[in-house]
Design a protein around this ligand. Structure first.
Ligand SMILES: Cc1cc2nc3c(=O)[nH]c(=O)nc-3n(C[C@H](O)[C@H](O)[C@H](O)COP(=O)(O)O)c2cc1C
Length: 277
C-alpha cells in the first residue's frame, strides 16, 4: 500500500515537472521569451525605460555605427592615454555615434545585449551626452540621453551646461573645454533587485568596462578623453537633468587632442628589456 502511494506521488510529480518544463521550453524556443529574465524583471525594466524615453522629447537618430576602423585593438590599447587638452573643433555625428555604440550600443539582436558586459544583462547604466556650443556638427547644444536599441539620442535639456559641469567637477578645465562630455550614470536598482547588495559592486565594475570602451574607441577615432571621477554627484545629476535614481559615476570629456599621445613599439620593447635581469 505504502509502495503504491509512493509511486503515485512520483508519477504526479513527474507529470507536473514535465508540464512546467515543456511550458518553459515552449515560451523560450517558440515564443522567444526569456522566462528567467521575466522573473528577475530585467526585460521588464528595459521596456519601461524605452517607453519612458521615447515619450519625453525630440529624438535624433544617429548615423549607423560602422564596424571597421583604421586602428587595430592592440594599437588602440598602446596609444590610449588620458587626454586633457582639446582643439576648439566640433566632433562629427559619426564620431559621436561610434563612441556611444562602443559604450552601450547593441551587439546582439535576440535580447538586445550590448557592447559592454553587464551582470545578468541588467544594464544599469545610462549615458548622458553634454554637447557644447558647436560641440557636434548638426546638433544643437544641450544634454541628450543615449537610447541603445534605436541608436538614438533624446533631448533632455537645451543649452550649453559645460561651465556649470566644470564647477561641479572641481574646476577641471578639460570638462569645460571639451566639445562633448559623456556622463555615465547608474540606476543601481536594476542590478540590486536581482543581486542584492552585491549588485552595487557589479555596477561599479560595469562603469569601468564602459569607460574603457570609450577610451579605446576615442583613441581609434583619433580623439582623446579622460575618465573623471572627482565631482559632486548631486550637482552633476541636477546639471544634466537626470532623475534622482540616475547616479553619475564617470564624467568623460571628449575632443580632438591638441597633442596626440605618441609611443613606438620599440620604446615599449626597450623598456621591457631594461627591466629584465
Ligand atoms: C576611477 C578613476 C578616476 C579618475 N578621476 C580623474 C579625475 O577626476 N580627473 C582627471 O583628470 N583624471 C582622472 N582619472 C584619470 C587618471 O588620472 C589616469 O588614468 C592616470 O593618470 C593614468 O593615466 P592614463 O589614463 O593616461 O594611463 C581617473 C581615473 C580613474 C580610473
Amino acid at each position: 500500500m505504502r509502495y503504491y502511494v509512493l509511486v503515485k506521488i512520483l508519477a504526479v510529480t513527474t507529470i507536473i515537472l514535465s508540464v512546467i518544463g515543456f511550458t518553459l521550453v515552449y515560451l523560450h524556443l517558440i515564443l522567444g521569451y526569456d522566462v528567467i529574465k521575466y522573473i528577475t524583471g530585467s526585460v521588464e525594466y528595459r521596456r519601461e525605460e524605452e517607453v519612458k524615453i521615447v515619450g519625453s522629447g525630440s529624438i535624433i537618430y544617429l548615423p549607423l555605427p560602422v564596424f571597421k576602423g583604421n586602428m587595430s585593438l592592440e594599437e588602440a590599447i598602446l596609444h590610449r592615454r588620458s587626454i586633457r587638452e582639446y582643439r576648439k573643433e566640433s566632433l562629427t555625428l559619426h564620431q559621436l555615434s561610434q563612441l556611444l555604440w562602443a559604450a552601450q550600443g547593441i551587439t546582439e539582436v535576440r535580447w538586445g545585449f550590448r557592447a559592454s558586459p553587464s551582470a545578468g544583462a541588467t544594464y544599469p547604466l545610462e549615458i548622458y551626452v553634454v554637447v557644447g556650443n558647436n560641440g557636434v556638427k548638426g546638433l544643437v547644444s544641450g544634454v541628450y540621453r543615449y537610447q541603445p536599441h534605436s541608436h538614438s539620442l533624446v533631448l533632455v535639456k537645451k543649452g550649453d551646461v559645460r561651465e556649470e559641469l566644470y564647477s561641479a567637477c572641481l574646476n577641471q578645465e578639460w570638462v569645460r573645454d571639451a566639445p562633448v562630455v559623456l556622463v555615465i550614470a547608474a540606476d543601481y536598482e536594476r542590478t540590486t533587485r536581482v543581486y542584492g547588495e552585491r549588485g552595487i559592486r557589479y555596477v561599479h565594475m560595469e562603469v569601468g568596462h564602459v569607460g574603457q570602451n570609450i577610451y579605446l574607441e576615442a583613441t581609434a577615432l583619433g580623439l582623446g578623453t579622460v575618465a573623471v571621477g572627482a565631482f559632486y554627484d548631486d550637482e552633476v545629476r541636477v546639471i544634466i537633468g537626470a532623475s534622482e535614481n540616475h547616479h553619475p559615476l564617470y564624467v568623460m570629456p571628449v575632443g580632438i587632442p591638441v597633442k596626440p599621445y605618441e609611443v613606438t613599439p620599440q620604446e615599449i620593447y626597450n623598456y621591457i628589456e631594461m627591466n629584465r635581469d
